[in-house]
Design a protein around this ligand. Structure first.
Ligand SMILES: Cc1cc2nc3c(=O)[nH]c(=O)nc-3n(C[C@H](O)[C@H](O)[C@H](O)COP(=O)(O)O)c2cc1C
Length: 149
């Protein structure tokens, strides 16, 4: 059974958490084992990262950028890479929330492409979260689960 690490930051309304939970449902349906963390509450360790076969990353747009704790996640991967660890090439899927600006999506995808093989399209959501967005998250979760199976 493939293991997926879901890493997200959610703080203001819980919108990104709602997307993360929908992603988790789809990934479980697809047969994956899940570890899920809000980076606003927990900093991902090297071991948690290395144990994952695939990674889902979710961030709100903060100042047309990723949230600080998601930036720290990417910074940590850079440091692990520099230390010679085999951190590159895991399949990953992205989800993103914003307040109608949404310009943070581009830096988010750019960071992710440095280290991951992206699966599917980034789910992009401006509140309130619709059933269509939740459906897209579940489908993305299932797609990543199939990829790591
Ligand atoms: C500090 C801060 C900065 C933000 N900056 C932006 C921004 O530049 N552009 C944008 O579209 N939304 C911005 N937002 C809105 C959030 O991206 C949006 O409300 C998101 O859905 C919050 O996700 P959460 O409820 O999971 O925390 C910002 C919110 C906060 C708290």
């Amino acid at each position: 059974m493939g293991k997926i690490l879901i890493v997200y930051h959610s703080q203001q309304y819980g919108d990104t958490k709602i997307l993360a939970e929908a992603f988790m449902e789809g990934a479980k349906d697809g047969g994956a084992q899940i570890e899920m963390f809000n980076t606003n509450e927990h900093r991902i360790t090297f071991q948690e990262f290395m144990d994952a076969d695939g990674v889902a990353i979710g961030t709100p747009d903060y100042y047309s950028y990723v949230a600080g704790t998601i930036k720290t996640f990417f910074d940590d991967i850079w440091l692990w890479d520099r230390a010679g660890e085999q951190v590159k090439g895991k399949p990953a899927a992205l989800f993103f929330t914003h307040g109608k600006g949404g310009r943070g999506r581009e830096p988010f995808e750019t960071f992710a492409r440095r280290y991951f093989e992206l699966v599917g399209e980034t789910v992009d959501s401006f509140r309130p979260t619709t059933e269509e967005i939740l459906h897209a998250c579940r489908n993305l979760g299932k797609t990543l689960a199939e990829k790591v199976r």
